[in-house]
Design a protein around this ligand. Structure first.
Ligand SMILES: *Cc1c(COP(=O)(O)O)cnc(C)c1O
Length: 397
């Protein structure tokens, strides 16, 4: 049944059919190969597999058929030559850093990245003699000014969370190429449904599969995608050091991919409806969603993305007390830091995801006490709006 890997299929078919080769059992759904190692018919076959003379599974830290199905399907959806799965999104970022950086190298990272990404570079990469600069993702000249002869990696999360700011990926790709550096894009928020960084010139795409790829809050997972040559190196790192994805988690994520497009279209639709509703609400001071025409990244987002995804942030009139009231008055929206779930989630960035930042750093990052982040789920949008209006109605002007 190798025609399932036929890349001439259209996107919707790839999302459902690619990556799986039916076994001799004739199974319809993709099987879960919960096995740590694999056996051989003979000592000679074992020797050939270990030497790399013949292809095949040896040990699940190296390869596993279920993990491989997930990797092939995600690569097909991204239009990438290859994907390597990891145990989490952070493991994917660490794999890129450890594979491609050496002592004396320099990294430029967008300032508004996931909190653990900053900690990963500052605490665990810097100590190996690798220098890191953080710059404003929207300001191409800041990236240009930060470049030096040691720069090996440009790391960007676009669009950013929670403010939905967008980096000019094609411009950063040109800059990276001029200096022989790699450009890695954390595409967790857009997924391949709304953005294909490789087509814009990026070298590597990174996912936290924990978010939209699973989309139902069940498992951690991650992936790195790109050319066969680069990913062969990433795979070498992962198979040796062990942040491999478990077969069960790969199966959960694989099933997530089958409905990814449907879910993303609905997240996108609901988020725009919510952003527009918030924008006209008298108790709302500002709304941050690139799908709105007055957002500073709207034009660029429209050019390089086919959707704006599901993260909407807004500032209430007032401060922490008013923001917490809106959060505490919700009845079904989950108060949790996670995002990208079918269930809507709500959080107060200043005291949770960005709570460790200094007052000045919060200010520089645009994280005010009045800011609320909603990861807009795929429940009925009128119910979501009603749940948020409970607290907003209580705010005194
Ligand atoms: C959650 C997240 C990560 C980290 O992923 P984990 O799966 O939690 O390790 C990295 N980047 C972005 C944009 C994220 O939202």
């Amino acid at each position: 049944m190798n025609h399932h890997d036929d890349n001439s299929f259209q996107f919707n078919t790839l999302a459902i059919r690619s990556g799986h080769t039916r076994s001799f059992e004739g199974e319809h759904a993709e099987p879960i190969f919960l096995t740590s190692s694999f056996t051989y018919q003979s000592a000679a076959e074992a020797a050939a597999k270990f030497s790399g003379e013949s292809a095949g599974n040896i040990y699940s830290r190296f390869t596993n058929p279920t993990v491989n199905t997930f990797e092939k399907r995600l690569a097909a959806m991204e239009g990438a030559e290859r994907a390597v799965a990891t145990s989490s999104g952070m493991a994917a970022i660490m794999a890129v850093a450890m594979t491609f950086l050496s002592q004396g190298d320099h990294v430029i990272c967008s300032r508004a990245v996931f909190g653990s990404t900053i900690a990963l570079f500052e605490k665990y990469i810097r100590k190996f003699g690798i220098d890191i600069d953080f710059v404003d993702l929207m300001d191409v000249s800041a990236w240009q000014n930060a470049m030096c002869s040691q720069t090996k990696l440009l790391f960007v999360e676009s669009p950013s969370n929670p403010l939905s700011e967008v980096a000019d990926i094609a411009a950063l790709s040109q800059l990276a190429k001029q200096h022989g550096a790699l450009l890695a894009i954390d595409n967790t928020i857009c997924t391949p449904i709304f953005q294909r960084p490789l087509q814009l010139g990026a070298d590597l795409v990174i996912y936290s599969g924990t978010k939209y790829l699973d989309g139902q809050g069940r498992t951690l997972g991650g992936a790195v995608l790109g050319s066969q040559a680069l990913l062969e190196e990433v795979h070498g790192y992962v198979r040796t050091t062990g942040p491999s994805m478990s077969p069960f988690n790969a199966w959960v994520l694989l099933k997530g991919l089958e409905t990814l497009r449907l879910r993303m279209m609905e997240h996108n639709r609901n988020a725009l409806r919510l952003a527009e509703w918030l924008q006209q609400h008298p108790k709302v001071h500002a709304v941050h969603y690139a799908g709105l025409a007055d957002h500073p990244s709207h034009a660029l987002a429209k050019k390089q993305q086919t959707g704006f995804s599901g993260i909407v942030s807004f500032e209430v009139k007032g401060g922490r007390e008013q923001a917490w009231t809106v959060i505490d008055q919700t009845q079904f929206i989950s108060i949790t830091g996670n995002l990208g779930d079918a269930k809507s989630t709500i959080t107060h960035p200043a005291t949770t995801t960005h709570g460790k930042l200094s007052v000045e750093a919060k200010q520089a990052a645009g994280i005010s006490e009045a800011l609320i982040r909603v990861s807009v789920g795929i429940e009925d949008i009128n119910d979501i709006i009603h749940d948020l209006s409970r607290g907003l109605d209580l705010i005194a002007l």
